[in-house]
Design a protein around this ligand. Structure first.
Ligand code: NAD
Length: 424
């Protein structure tokens, strides 16, 4: 998994390999010894479960699920559960490590974990999904829990899935344990502000970047890729804050207005028609070219591997705010650095979601729920502190923001491991 050589273009489009290169670079800059590198690279626990589920037509199918706890050095493992046909142990492993670094960058008391079940939610009924979820939960029951490992939604799972996991876990425990998962419905122990937290986090770190460059939101042109949970919310909140969202790029096309799009109207249009295309008050532009148009902030919030060595030299944005996970490949990093693009790396920029998940866990354990104002204020405090931590680290060590974020995270986790000592 860890590569020692410069990646080829083929390799660079594997987000896990990109993360592995960045890990290596950060570990070298920190001067971590071989033993600590081994500890940080190796997941603490990996579980594979194969379990039978009855399908609606009466057939019995055996499903395979995973749960990986990469690190519990700083607190319980934290990370989503993915339902997808191509889930693999390698992917789950890599995503679990990614969660360790993300939680450490924002300094919340969690380690990193991830889970997945190989299945295709698109072709399964609600009943089949519920049975898979409950049986998977029963299989991993001993390994999760508020003090141990706290799952959350990811691709193919949602707040209903979390409600089923919480219920199944609670039935086994014989009492209700809301803090076993986050991303639950609001009236089952969910947190206010969770659904907009990742987009709000992007707004907060963009505001910080603007302050550094003495730029004003009114004069700042933003291009957003992905108009879903993260991108749609970031675009809405940024537009409300005064930013000019000049383009929104979706999988089937892109719309552009140099004076700024009416985001609420675009959201209504997209909800009604299922596409951003055909929106009055905007011109349609090519989806791939849109990312390379003149702007101040480029906010990829759709998928991985969008900025690669093949297009990085044509990025015109001054600031790259990574709403998505892994939108920039390792091969593009040095090109962006040469062009002096100010990168707000994914493990910082999109950490607003896991931060409010942490708040959900805290509220569940307190049995005391905060209003939205308090959630947002505390989110702002954590995101601003984390932004400043990363930037100071970059300046102090003379590295780019992404390597600084990895160094900060590795340093925090390594410090916890050293303090705890090795139990033998
Ligand atoms: P989502 O499914 O709600 O939205 C993604 C959007 O991107 C969709 O509207 C989709 O149509 C669009 N899209 C897909 N392929 C595209 C393409 N090739 N070009 C342009 N648009 C495309 O997903 P989301 O929850 O908003 O997640 C987006 C990214 O953010 C993912 O990388 C995810 O891992 C990351 N992320 C999400 C959260 C969260 O809280 N939801 C937190 C951290 C990171």
């Amino acid at each position: 998994m860890i590569l020692e050589t410069t990646p080829s273009v083929d390799q660079e489009v594997n987000p896990w390999q990109s993360a592995a290169h960045r890990f290596d670079e950060a570990a070298s800059k920190l001067g971590l010894d071989d033993g600590m590198r081994k500890v940080l690279r190796t997941p603490a626990m990996e579980l594979t479960v194969n379990f039978p589920v009855a399908l609606d037509d009466g057939r019995i199918e055996v499903f395979t699920g995973y749960r990986v706890q990469h690190s519990i050095a700083r607190g319980p493992a934290k990370g989503g559960i993915r339902f997808a046909p191509d889930v693999s142990i390698d992917e789950v492993r890599a995503l679990a490590a990614w969660m360790t670094w993300k939680c450490a960058v924002v300094n919340i008391p969690f380690g990193g974990g991830k889970g997945g079940v190989i299945c295709d939610p698109a072709i399964m009924s609600e009943g089949e999904l519920e049975r898979i979820t409950r049986r998977y939960t029963a299989e991993i029951f001993e390994f999760i829990g508020p003090e141990r490992d706290v799952p959350a939604p990811d691709m193919g799972t949602n707040e209903q899935t979390m409600a089923w996991i919480m219920d199944t876990y609670s039935m086994h425990k014989r009492h209700t344990v809301t803090a076993v998962v986050t991303g639950k419905p609001l009236n089952l122990g969910g947190s206010r502000g969770r659904s907009e937290a990742t987009g709000r986090g992007c707004l907060i770190v963009s505001n910080q970047a603007l302050a550094r460059f003495r730029m004003r939101p009114e004069d700042t042109r933003v291009i957003v890729q992905g108009f879903g949970n993260v991108g749609g919310m970031a675009a809405r909140l940024m537009a409300e804050f005064g930013y000019k969202i000049v383009a929104v790029v979706e999988y089937d096309g892109a719309v552009y207005n140099r004076h700024g799009l009416d985001i609420r109207a675009l959201a209504a249009h997209s909800k009604e028609t299922g596409s951003v295309k055909g929106f009055a008050g905007a011109e349609e532009v090519d989806r791939d070219e849109a990312l390379l148009m003149d702007c101040d902030i480029l906010l990829p919030a759709a998928k991985e591997n969008v900025i690669t060595s093949a297009n990085a030299d044509r990025v015109k944005a001054k600031i790259l705010c990574e709403g998505a996970n892994g939108p920039t490949t390792f091969g593009a990093d040095s090109i962006l650095q040469e062009k002096r693009v100010f990168v707000i790396p994914d493990i910082l920029a999109n950490a607003g979601g896991v931060t409010v998940s942490y708040f959900e866990w805290v509220q569940d354990r307190q049995g005391y729920f905060w209003n939205e104002k308090l959630v947002n204020e505390r989110l702002e405090e954590i995101m601003v502190d984390s932004f400043n931590d990363v930037i100071s680290y970059a300046e102090k060590h003379g590295v780019n923001n992404r390597i600084a974020a990895y160094m900060l995270a590795l340093d925090r986790v390594a410090f916890a491991i050293k303090l705890r000592g090795l139990y033998a």
